[in-house]
Design a protein around this ligand. Structure first.
Ligand code: C2E
Ligand code: CA
Ligand code: CA
Ligand code: CA
Length: 279
């Protein structure tokens, strides 16, 4: 304990200091990582349940740090957000993802949609929409093939601030998906006002299909809501054939998950679509 003024003592928690130091370290490595191009994108295929074919990919960032090894985005995205490094990292992700989708076209593999995860910190920047439009212009990718994924909780928290940006992007033909849907407590009233095209059912609802009755009916209810609102519905985290059958019967449009493939580096993603699989 350290003396902090007259007769008062501050309890100094060493684990707090350690956590703080680790954060500062991580931030420093993140900054380096950006300069040294230590980030890469993996791509997880999305399958149309109507045609049984791969129609697009979600881009997922990976960080291969020389100091820390492979770091999960679940660890570093929060730090990147707090330090605002998510802005340059996110810019890089958008451009890379557009380049990937355009490359697939240029190499004759076809037109595939690319979904990109967007942090609220990026979304509330004044020049966010300009940067997105710039990535489309630079690459020549059709706006209809770009889908921005925004978590439900993000939108609920900053609703008024986000709507103008989202509406503008929507008006340009860009797709907007509500990610992790079902976990962010948005009322249906909100949902109706949002300029979105897609609902992504969170994988926690899929996980328990077909054993857990409650989550099963929730999954079906979410698909129904989405369809009633004219939205495309994507089920994420589909790992088994049973789960696929279930969401298919519930009239879900698209699935994504280990059943089809884990996220892949570009070469393997291309190899997969070249094999032209039909499920
Ligand atoms: P998310 O957007 O919900 O992405 C889905 C996560 O589930 C991914 O984890 C993916 O690898 C994993 N996943 C895919 N299929 C399955 C499955 O069948 N079962 C299970 N259990 N998991 C599956 P990942 O790649 O570790 O990413 C974690 C989170 O990090 C993402 O969650 C997203 O919120 C964030 N993230 C990833 N890339 C980016 C990025 O470029 N920008 C931002 N802002 N966030 C990102
Ligand atoms: Ca996502
Ligand atoms: Ca998700
Ligand atoms: Ca998630």
């Amino acid at each position: 304990a350290k003396e902090a003024g007259k007769g008062k003592y501050m309890i100094f928690d060493p684990s707090f200091l350690q956590a703080f130091n680790e954060r500062v370290q991580l931030e420093k490595y993140l900054r380096q990582g950006l300069q040294n191009e230590e980030f890469l994108l993996y791509y997880q295929p999305q399958l149309s349940l109507k045609t049984g074919r791969i129609i697009g990919f979600e881009s997922l960032i990976r960080w291969n740090s020389p100091e820390l090894g492979f770091v999960s985005p679940l660890t570093f995205i929060k730090v990147a957000e707090d330090s605002r490094l998510i802005i340059p990292i996110g810019d890089w992700v958008i451009l890379q993802a557009c380049m990937f989708a355009k490359r697939l076209q240029d190499q004759g593999h076809g037109h595939y949609k690319i979904a990109v995860n967007i942090s609220v910190i990026q979304l509330i920047q004044d020049n966010f929409v300009d940067k997105v439009m710039e990535s489309l212009e630079i690459t020549g990718l059709e706006p209809e093939l770009l889908e921005l994924e925004i978590t439900e909780s993000t939108i609920v928290e900053s609703f008024d601030q986000l709507i103008p940006n989202l509406s503008f992007l929507r008006s340009k033909g860009i797709q907007i998906a509500l990610d992790d849907f079902g976990t962010g407590y948005s009322s249906l009233g909100y949902l109706k006002q949002m300029p979105i095209t897609t609902l992504k059912i969170d994988k926690t609802f899929i996980e328990h299909v077909p054993n857990d009755d409650d989550n099963r009916s929730l999954a079906r209810a979410i698909v129904l809501i989405g369809r009633k609102m004219g939205l495309k519905v994507v089920a994420e985290g589909v790992e088994t054939a049973r789960q696929m059958q279930y969401v298919k019967r519930a009239k879900c449009d698209v699935i994504q998950g280990y059943l089809i493939s884990k996220p892949l580096p570009e070469k393997e993603a291309i190899r997969l679509i070249r094999s032209n699989p039909v499920y």
